[in-house]
Design a protein around this ligand. Structure first.
Ligand SMILES: Cc1ncc(COP(=O)(O)O)c(C=O)c1O
Length: 359
């Protein structure tokens, strides 16, 4: 028997493993998970019943084309059905976008810090990451990104609002940026948190995509819609990009349960958006309270807040955990805190007030 292990692609060496938000500790006093930008509400009752009904058929493969969901989305956004491609969460679609555009020798650009899956899925493809630092205000530096485009650039992510900072780029600056990007470079507007945006100057990517064939928009059912565990997201993109996404998607990746629950969620939207509105009110309350405590917190258009704490990040994360809330630290940089249940937000604010006094 050979001693050699199977040959793996060298590109995989050193890929950081995706760190999911820490779960709330079992058996602790009270423990709330504010570490994964999830929706704290349970599924809407109609959605749960639909999913349970679909579960009765899971001896069958799902509809690979996600026909019902794609039709519903196409009608809702006023786009051709051919322009919608689904996947196992929007991260699955993001991976297909890279696989469709970039390989060894090519460049994938994104702001940093941004969504931590970007470096991972870029490295898996063999392409090179080009990270452009956020501005001092933790916003995308679109001028620097435009200046960093080379003839090897294949795909540029603009995460709007940005994870983990919550900051968003406005219409005029984004349009100016898009005007500078060569038409053969794909710009992906990752709008995982779109439903939480309240600033009217933050553009809806689907409006920007319409007359720009090199713009694709990523959306998900994981955040506002509360279906994170079912794994369904989608892109809106022109041909031939959307067609490439259908080629590179994992076959049958989106379960029937996820497809049916997503359709039911779209149909229960008034109620869902009421919940999103409540989370946005909580976001305002948390943001204002932190500022009143003395913290500097950037404006957020997402369902989380960002606190740049540098070396104190770990200590504050520990203090939060002791107070009963699990948050998301990025060592040496800062901390992202999801807006959750009112009780959870109160526990967090309490911990923040106490920590600030000790600074
Ligand atoms: C900016 C951004 N994009 C995409 C995703 C992926 O979400 P999902 O794969 O659940 O749709 C996330 C999740 O945290 C995110 O923050």
């Amino acid at each position: 028997m050979s001693e050699k292990s199977p040959k793996l692609r060298a590109e995989l060496d050193g890929i950081p493993t995706y760190k999911p938000g820490k779960p709330a500790a079992a058996g602790g006093p009270v423990a709330y998970k504010l570490s994964s930008n999830e929706n704290p509400y349970p599924p809407l009752s109609g959605v749960l019943e639909t999913a349970v009904a679909a579960a009765g058929n899971f001896n069958r493969y799902p509809d690979m084309a996600c026909t019902g969901l794609v039709n519903e989305l196409a009608e809702r956004f006023g786009v051709p059905v051919e322009h919608i491609a689904t996947g196992t969460g929007s991260v699955g679609v993001a991976q297909s976008l890279i696989q469709s555009t970039a390989g060894p020798g090519d460049e994938v650009m994104y702001a940093w810090r941004s969504f931590e899956a970007y470096p991972i899925i870029t490295q898996i493809s063999g392409a090179t990451s080009v990270r452009v630092p956020l501005t001092d205000g933790d916003v995308h530096d679109l001028d620097a990104m435009a200046a960093a485009i080379t003839d090897r650039t294949r795909l540029i992510f603009v995460c709007n609002p940005n994870n983990p900072t919550g900051t968003a780029v406005r219409r005029a600056e984004l349009e100016r940026f898009l005007d500078q990007v060569p038409s053969d470079v794909l710009v992906v507007l990752d709008e995982a948190y779109r439903e939480f945006v309240r600033d009217a100057d933050v553009p809806d990517g689907i409006e920007l995509y319409r007359n720009r064939p090199n713009v694709a928009v990523l959306r998900t059912f994981s955040k506002a819609y509360g279906l994170a565990g079912l794994r369904v997201g989608f892109a809106v993109a022109h041909e031939p990009v959307a067609a490439a996404l259908r080629k590179t998607a994992v076959p049958f990746g989106v379960s029937q349960l996820a497809q049916d629950a997503a359709v039911a969620s779209l149909r229960a939207e008034d109620e869902l958006m009421g919940r999103v509105g409540a989370l946005v009110s909580e976001r305002t309350r948390v943001h204002e309270a932190l500022v009143a405590q003395g913290w500097t917190v950037p404006d957020t258009q997402a369902n989380f807040v960002w606190m740049r704490l540098g070396e104190r990040t770990g200590a504050f994360a520990e203090a939060c955990e002791k107070a009963g809330v699990v948050v998301r630290p990025f060592a040496g940089e800062g901390l992202r805190v999801t807006i959750g249940e009112t009780e959870a937000n109160d526990l967090f604010l309490h911990a923040a007030a106490a920590f600030f006094k000790e600074l």
